[in-house]
Design a protein around this ligand. Structure first.
Ligand code: GSH
Length: 331
């Protein structure tokens, strides 16, 4: 039977994805049981994500026919299922509206200044003074949040609400840009304490670790895979072409390059590479292979008859989407 679980495309460090995971976890959902978590690399977005949401940002939740590609919508989806910590429950309409306004300010103007402070090169900000202007503008907003926090330690009062969880991953990112300077800021004591509690708390720790976050990106079903010895991969990068077929034999000897579909990888590793320490997993894009005129055929292995992908030609480097250390057990 097809897997009907919702799929969450996520990226471990993304503040939007962190807030979505926080809400899903608070609702009691567990990856592997209630949903499938697919950690993605933003440099190599899987075609399944792009097909679900053309803009292919993270997070994206796909649940049946529903595609939610805004983190806030995912938070609400989670809390519609269960809100045991009363992130939305028990607040007045006016309080909820205040919370929504903080979120809007965070996602709009605060994020604008945070990005320019954190990644000035992306915005062509070469002068240190430009960067500093954005830091100061973000600090002015934090100063106002500081006043809100003074009364009860949380944005709406004495306990955390949706707005706190939605903002804190971004404030974490602001601090992370220069922690010592953030911690030395005066006039932000309530923000500093609010963030410190978040950073030390179990909620964040849970969603930054397995099963909510992984170090290795999820492997798309639409890519094919080749396990390469590190030396062979190094040589390919010098030569601009990968021409090994298997562990010990060349493309010229065999006539094709051995590869695996994702579900075959662990078996391939166990059969041929279990004693190799430095192994590189090449994720290969069949579309780029076709563009380069390299035929990809699925052919039976001599003993088992199981069909494996075979590449009939040298592997061009631009068909290799990622090359990452292979860690058995993580695919
Ligand atoms: N409004 C979206 C923003 C998501 C977003 O921008 N995520 C970043 C990663 S932190 C991303 O995917 N960036 C890649 C891109 O914009 O192409 C949300 O709330 O989910």
């Amino acid at each position: 039977m097809a897997d009907e679980r919702p799929v969450l495309y996520s990226f471990r460090r993304c503040p939007y994805a962190i807030r979505a995971r926080l809400a899903l976890a608070a609702a009691g959902l567990v990856p592997g049981r209630d949903l499938e978590l697919r950690e993605v690399s933003l440099k190599a977005r899987p075609p399944e994500l792009v097909e679900a949401s053309a803009k292919a940002t993270v997070p994206v939740l796909v649940a049946g026919g529903l595609v939610l590609d805004q983190s806030l919508a995912i938070m609400h989806w989670a809390l519609d299922r269960a809100d045991p910590q009363a992130w939305r429950a028990g607040w007045s309409a006016a309080e909820l509206a205040r919370g929504a306004a903080w979120i809007e300010e965070n996602d709009g103007v605060f994020k604008h200044h945070l990005d320019r402070y954190r990644y000035p090169e992306r915005f062509g900000l070469t002068a240190a003074s430009d960067r500093e202007l954005h830091r100061q503008a973000a600090l002015a907003i934090l100063g106002r949040w500081n006043q809100e926090l003074a009364a009860g330690g949380w944005l709406l009062g004495g306990r955390p609400a949706l707005a706190d969880w939605a903002l804190l991953p971004f404030v974490r990112q602001f601090r992370h840009t220069d922690p010592a300077r953030f911690d030395a800021e005066t006039g932000l004591a309530h923000v500093q304490a609010w963030l410190a509690a978040f950073l030390a708390g179990p909620e964040l720790a849970a969603v930054m670790a397995s099963p909510w976050a992984r170090r290795q990106p999820w492997l798309s079903r639409r890519w094919v895979y080749h396990l390469a010895l590190a030396d062979a991969w190094r040589q390919a990068r010098v030569e601009g072409m990968y021409t090994h077929s298997s562990r010990d034999r060349s493309l010229a000897e065999v006539g094709f390059i051995h590869a695996s579909d994702v579900q075959q990888l662990a078996g391939t590793h166990a059969r041929f590479f279990s004693d190799v320490e430095e192994l590189v997993l090449l994720c290969i894009d069949p579309v780029a292979l076709a563009r380069a005129g390299v035929p990809l055929r699925r052919e039976p292995a001599p003993e088992s008859g199981e069909l494996f992908p075979h590449l009939y030609g040298p592997l061009p480097l631009d068909a290799v989407i990622t090359a990452q250390p292979y860690r058995p057990g993580e695919t």
